[in-house]
Write a protein that binds this ligand. Structure first.
Ligand SMILES: Cc1ncc(COP(=O)(O)O)c(C=O)c1O
Length: 310
């Protein structure tokens, strides 16, 4: 990964190489952490963080769901992130806030272990690559089922839960595919390993709803809004596995990957990225980069230049 100069750690800016934790940190052993993946884009107004408030709200919700008291509020984390981007001199970047149980107590009910919080920012290109955004990816339905709400909390973006995504992604990659699609326990379609999923069926955009063990994706929400504003019908409903293969078009959306067409699922070709996918992708890219007036309210502009010197 591409190093930056500074990381914000428990209220202080520390040098990238000095941002370390104890090996007995609770989160390292049990996955007791919650995090976010956010992007900041270069725009005419300066670096702008896409839907920052919504991401910080989801971080707070994830923490609440796992009984992690966050020592910093959303406003503090927002301010810290702005300052971090300025100090690192970045115009665009990926942003990773993480809160985890730190060092101090072991065992499963470690209420006295502190909750440590970091925010890191670095340059990171499109997660599945630019070629994937243009041509689409080959996806494989995973043999690993998406975590169930009977055992974990699909709506939380929690560190330990990502072992599920990692199994699915590893299986797909080892089999020569670019991305995995996870089903739930009864075979309904959920999402990609790190993205929400849309299919086009008879001209309508269809995406699984909130009870389908999905992460409540912020890109998903944005794409639904954009599609509706463009006049495309959008339906949130259960999707059968066979509908993936019969879809006119299909695509994935997530902060890291952005909007990526799917060109093949389980060796069933869907073809070149379709028109609806292309139109929405272009509009979404414009929204991310501050080129659409009606979506400017989604951007949290990082004021420049920094008034603080280091
Ligand atoms: C499992 C999973 N689903 C969906 C998403 C997409 O969410 P968002 O659009 O908020 O990045 C992500 C990425 O955070 C994810 O990890």
């Amino acid at each position: 990964m591409e190093k930056s100069e500074w990381i914000w750690m428990n209220g202080e800016f520390v040098a990238w190489d000095d941002a370390k934790v104890h090996v007995l940190s609770h989160g390292l052993h049990y996955g007791t952490g919650v995090f976010e993946g956010i992007r900041c884009y270069e725009t005419d107004r300066g670096p702008a963080i896409f839907r920052h408030r919504e991401h910080l709200e989801r971080l707070e919700n994830s923490a609440e769901l796992y009984y992690l008291p966050l020592p910093y509020g959303a406003d503090e984390l927002r301010g810290a992130t702005h300052e971090l981007i300025r100090r690192n001199g970045l115009r665009s970047c990926y942003i990773r806030p993480l809160a985890f149980r730190g060092y101090g107590e072991m065992g499963l009910y470690a209420k006295s272990a502190p909750v440590d919080v970091i925010v890191a920012v670095w340059s990171w290109g499109a997660y599945l690559g630019d070629e994937a955004k243009r041509r689409g990816v080959r996806a494989k339905v995973s043999s690993w089922r998406r975590i169930s709400p009977t055992g974990l909390i699909p709506h939380a973006k929690a560190s330990g839960q990502y072992l599920n995504s990692i199994l699915a992604k590893t299986e797909a990659a080892n089999a020569g595919y670019e991305e995995a699609i996870l089903l739930d326990e009864v075979g309904g379609v959920c999402e990609g390993s790190g993205e929400n999923l849309f299919v086009v069926r008879e001209g309508t955009l269809v995406t699984p709803g909130h009870t389908a063990s999905i992460l409540d994706g912020i890109s998903r929400k944005s794409v639904i809004q954009i599609a509706e504003d463009l006049g495309y019908p959008v339906v949130e409903r259960d999707i059968a596995r066979s509908e993936l293969y019969l879809a006119e078009e299909a695509f994935l959306v997530g902060t890291a990957a952005e909007l990526v067409p799917i060109r093949e699922i389980d060796d069933h070709p869907l073809g070149e990225p379709g028109e609806i996918t292309r139109v929405i992708q272009a509009r979404y890219e414009d929204a991310l980069h501050g080129r659409v007036d009606e979506y400017l309210e989604w951007l949290d502009v990082v004021e420049q230049p920094s008034k603080v010197t280091t």
